[in-house]
Design a protein. Structure first.
Length: 272
């Protein structure tokens, strides 16, 4: 009988490129492939260590002289909506949620294009065509869902979120929504609804991606109570975001080899 030994994932580093969140900064990412029968197990483990999924890749910021990008998640048990967030929920009672399989549609892509053209026309995804959009939605080796939000009265698709189901929570991989209802706070509403999804499923966390102190694009995440950020190899409750400073001295950032050595990997022994 032939026995196969488990193969540990290989980690790589991207070339430096301009940071989309902080001017005059360069970013690079530590990443590994997400594939095979252990994909879900690896995704659960690395997501709990600050990694994010993009199609078949898991990545984490690993900049040489900056540590501003911090993975963020909401502790559902500690979350309490603010008055503003309660108003957002009340304004959107006429929305219907519909979970579907990760399959791209023309309606989703049309909404995605309108969202980008209105909110992120100069962003890195601005030139994404329909085939690249379909790959973003459909290329997932783990348990993923597309959560669609429609206007209950008209049936119009007004919001979409690509959501991964983790062992300890839900991860909001990417969300977009109509730019035609700016007063409704649809971006915040989708997060609030995912808190409800996690709570009803008995999952403790909602993973939001990265929060960057001082970045206006990321400021909305700090307004959710129960927020935690991944720093120094562990999750820490968010301090006052107004007084939050990240550690940017180059000597505070571990070398790549040391970062990789400190990653905790799950048991990847093949099933028999």
């Amino acid at each position: 009988m032939r026995h196969t030994l488990p193969i540990a994932p290989q980690f790589y580093v991207t070339a430096p490129q301009p940071c989309p969140y902080l001017e005059d900064r360069m970013e690079r990412k530590l990443f590994t492939a997400l594939q095979g029968e252990n994909a879900e197990k690896l995704n659960n483990s690395l997501s709990a260590q600050g990694f994010r999924r993009s199609q078949n890749v898991l990545y984490r910021p690993s900049c040489a002289d900056c540590a501003s990008c911090l993975s963020a998640r909401i502790d559902v048990a500690r979350f309490k909506p603010t008055k503003s967030q309660r108003r957002t929920l009340n304004r959107n009672t006429g929305i219907t949620r519909r979970p579907t399989s990760p399959w791209a549609t023309e309606d989703q892509y049309d909404l995605f294009r309108r969202y980008l053209d209105s909110r992120h026309a100069d962003g890195g995804m601005a030139d994404m065509d329909v085939f690249e959009f379909a790959a973003m939605i459909e290329e997932t080796p783990i348990r993923s869902r597309v959560i669609e939000y429609t206007d209950t009265e008209t049936g119009e698709l007004i919001g979409v979120c690509l959501t991964d189901v983790l062992g300890d929570g839900v991860s909001m991989v990417y969300s977009f929504y109509t730019p035609d209802r700016p007063r409704d706070g649809l971006g915040n509403y989708i997060i609030l609804d995912h808190i409800d999804i996690a709570r009803s499923a008995g999952l403790p966390y909602v993973y939001l991606g990265y929060w960057v102190p001082g970045s206006p694009k990321m400021g909305y995440k700090a307004k959710f109570s129960g927020l935690e950020v991944f720093m120094g190899g562990q999750w820490n409750p968010m301090r006052d975001p107004e007084n939050f400073t990240s550690e940017d001295h180059p000597l505070n950032n571990d070398p790549i080899a040391e970062q990789v050595a400190n990653i905790s990997l799950p048991d990847l022994t093949p099933r028999r």
